[in-house]
Design a protein. Structure first.
Length: 222
C-alpha cells in the first residue's frame, strides 16, 4: 500500500548516480515532482548532464521543479527571477522550489509578489519550503507548502496546527530525513495522518541528506 505522492529532492549529480535519475522516470505515477538542484540554483552555466536528466523526467510526464534559494526573504526578487529564467531556458523546468522560505506574517508581501512574478515568468507549479508550519497566509500563495523539513526524531515530536484542516492534504508536504529504511513506510503513514498528501522520507543525514533515492522509489524500481 502506498501513502501519498512523493516530492523527491535528488541532490546528486546525474553523472555520479545516473541510475537514481533513471529510476525516477519509471515511477511517474508515484511522483508529485522532482527538485532539480544544480548548484543551490541553476548554476553559472548550463550543465548538459542535468539538462538530459531533466529532459528524461519531463518525457516521462514528471514535473521538474527548479531549486531557488530565497534566503528567508532577503534575496532581491530580480536575482531570484534571473535564476528562474536560467532554470527554464537551460533545463526546461516547469515549476519552482523556493527554498529557505520565510514563515512569519511580515514576509507575506515578499513571497506573494515573488510567487506572482514566478508564475508570470513561466513557473506553472510553485512550491514554498519554510520547513515549518508558517503563518496560515502562506497556504494561499503556493501550490504546495513544505510544512516540515527535518530529522525523524524531530518529526515524531511535531504536530500539525488546526488551521491546516481548512486545506486539502495535497497542498502540504513533509520532508523527513535520518530515518531507518524499515520505518520509511511508517513515515509515509504519519504524513498522511498529519494531512500531508505529499512527502519524502530518506535515511540520509548530514549536510546533504537528499543525495540518494527514497526507499519508496528503490523498492518499486528494483
Amino acid at each position: 500500500m502506498t501513502h501519498g505522492r512523493l516530492l523527491v529532492p535528488l541532490y546528486v549529480h546525474p553523472a555520479v548516480d545516473p541510475a537514481a535519475w533513471q529510476a525516477l522516470t519509471r515511477v511517474p505515477s508515484r511522483l508529485y515532482g522532482v527538485v532539480l538542484n544544480v548548484a543551490d540554483g541553476p548554476g553559472a552555466t548550463r550543465d548538459p548532464a542535468f539538462a538530459a536528466a531533466a529532459g528524461a523526467l519531463r518525457a516521462a510526464g514528471i514535473r521538474v521543479l527548479g531549486y531557488l534559494d530565497t534566503a528567508y526573504g532577503t534575496r532581491p526578487h530580480h536575482t531570484v527571477l534571473h535564476e528562474l529564467r536560467h532554470h527554464i531556458s537551460w533545463y526546461g523546468t516547469d515549476g519552482v522550489f523556493l527554498d529557505q522560505a520565510g514563515a512569519e506574517a511580515g514576509l507575506l508581501p515578499y513571497y506573494r509578489a515573488l510567487v506572482s512574478a514566478a508564475r508570470d515568468h513561466g513557473a506553472d507549479t510553485v512550491t514554498l519550503n519554510p520547513g515549518v508550519h508558517p503563518d496560515p497566509g502562506y497556504a494561499s500563495i503556493a501550490d504546495l507548502l513544505v510544512t516540515f523539513e527535518g530529522d525523524w526524531q524531530t518529526y515524531l515530536a511535531s504536530a500539525a496546527p488546526s488551521w491546516t484542516a481548512a486545506y486539502p492534504p495535497a497542498r502540504f508536504c513533509h520532508l523527513i530525513h535520518g530515518i531507518p529504511d524499515s520505518l520509511c513506510d511508517l513515515a509515509a503513514r504519519t504524513a498522511q495522518i498529519r494531512r500531508a498528501g505529499v512527502h519524502c522520507a530518506v535515511p540520509g543525514d548530514g549536510a546533504n541528506p537528499w543525495a540518494a533515492l527514497p526507499p519508496a522509489v528503490r523498492k518499486e524500481t528494483t
